[in-house]
Design a protein around this ligand. Structure first.
Ligand SMILES: Cc1cc2nc3c(=O)[nH]c(=O)nc-3n(C[C@H](O)[C@H](O)[C@H](O)COP(=O)(O)OP(=O)(O)OC[C@H]3O[C@@H](n4cnc5c(N)ncnc54)[C@H](O)[C@@H]3O)c2cc1C
Length: 387
């Protein structure tokens, strides 16, 4: 068992931490409040190679794995900049295209994903299907060599800042008539694709959208992979990286909140000469949250290590557990930090309550805690499927 990072991973962690701190949470909040994106941070991270750490070197990436990308997600979040698009663009889209795309698709997309000049967001969720992707209603039909896509997607993050959206659609399996997923790389300005911004109670520079696909015409090579058979493995390829990196973002956010609160409670004095942190009623909840965050980090490390070793099934279990643990720990840490700061906890200045919406959403998306518990009950505990 090895709990140490390699010297290169250590260096990466330190460098990303320094970059994140240079921008900091106030930058993140300012961008969110003014309706802008974190373009400067994203571009600089791209130029420095941090967005492409998991992309092969032949396409301009760092040649590392999800372990490295999870470090980037965690450290930026720990600096108060939890960038959700790291989870969709480099984690999901780059992995899917690298593992299941055609040579042409790899050449077209991976270099831009690696240096951050290209963003590809991910659209699976639909209003009617929700957590049950077997009910996907976005249909892909052949029209000569082209494809026509029709359907609706919801809560899709970052469409306004991306050049492409990776859309999960359904085709029918010719033999069984059952869902056969197919993934398409759709330009965000494709005729027939329209969007409307959702008003979300999350303070974030990244937005969520409803997407309407009305006979969006795509050339044959918009389909990910050489044939329709690539659809299911391509869809699953994105899931473990998504869970691991979103967990890392949660753990980083939890670290950030606990650090803010600990600094405050160690110095704030309202009873004579003693800091409020000397009262166990203040310190224990923070210590408890710190334990939960650290446990989640261990599981993230395990999941990323298994994933990078190609042990996908085990990584699936650990990745789901890591996502569950980090989602709960981040929500606990931010709520506990807000409370430990008292009234200051609710101000913008102290930069903790600004994360309440984001960590609450982290218990729902990209996969809800209940769906993870269903997965664990079924695949670890051997229970019958409950739904
Ligand atoms: C901030 C944010 C960003 C997002 N970004 C994206 C994105 O970029 N791309 C994308 O495709 N989607 C995105 N989503 C959507 C997200 O993945 C879904 O919201 C999530 O998967 C839950 O689906 P739903 O909202 O339809 O909930 P539903 O499926 O309607 O579920 C509602 C509630 O019922 C519970 N539930 C449902 N089924 C079961 C069951 N069988 N057993 C027990 N409990 C159950 C759920 O856990 C949940 O609490 C985002 C969501 C948010 C909030």
């Amino acid at each position: 068992m090895n709990f140490d990072l390699t010297p290169e991973q250590d260096q990466l962690r330190d460098a990303v931490r320094a970059l994140g701190r240079r921008y900091g949470h106030s930058y993140f909040v300012e961008k969110a409040k003014s309706g802008e994106h974190t373009t400067e941070l994203w571009s600089e991270a791209g130029r420095l190679g941090y967005l492409g750490v998991n992309i092969p070197t032949e396409y301009g990436g760092g040649g590392g794995g999800i372990t490295e990308l999870a470090l980037v997600c965690e450290e930026l979040a720990a600096a108060g900049c939890p960038l959700l698009l790291l989870v969709v663009s480099p984690a999901i889209a780059a992995t899917v295209i690298n593992k299941h795309g055609t040579d042409e698709q790899r050449k077209r997309h991976l270099p831009g994903l690696a240096d951050g000049t290209q963003k590809i967001v991910f659209a699976i969720t639909e209003p009617e299907a929700g957590s049950n992707f077997h009910r996907l209603g976005t249909v892909a039909r052949r029209d000569g060599d082209d494809w026509l896509l029709s359907g609706r997607k919801c809560y899709i993050s970052g469409v306004d800042e991306a050049q492409y959206v990776l859309v999960v659609a359904r085709t029918e399996d010719a033999s069984t008539g059952k869902l056969k997923p197919a993934l398409f790389i759709v330009p965000t300005d494709a005729p027939g694709l329209t969007r409307s911004k959702l008003d979300m109670e999350i303070l974030s520079p990244e937005n969520q959208f409803l997407l309407y696909l009305d006979d969006v015409r795509l050339p044959a090579d918009a389909l990910v992979g050489e044939s329709l058979d690539a659809g299911l493995p391509a869809l699953f390829a994105g899931l473990n990286p998504e869970r691991i990196t979103v967990a890392a973002m949660g753990a980083g956010t939890g670290r950030y909140a606990i650090e803010r609160a600990s600094e405050y409670t160690a110095t704030r004095k309202v009873w004579g000469g003693r800091s409020i942190g000397s009262h166990q009623g203040v310190a224990h909840p923070l210590a408890h949250a710190a334990v939960q965050v650290e446990l989640a980090r261990l599981m993230i490390h395990k999941a990323a290590t298994l994933y990078d070793a190609g042990r996908d099934l085990e990584a699936g279990i650990s990745g789901n557990m890591a996502k569950y643990a980090a989602g709960e720990a981040a929500a606990l840490a931010v709520d506990t930090a807000v409370h430990a700061l008292g009234g200051a906890g609710m101000t913008t200045e102290y930069g903790v309550a600004t994360l309440l919406g984001a960590v609450r959403a982290g218990r729902i998306a990209p996969v809800s805690r209940e769906m993870i518990l269903n997965f664990v009950a079924q695949h670890v505990l051997g229970q019958d499927k409950s739904y």
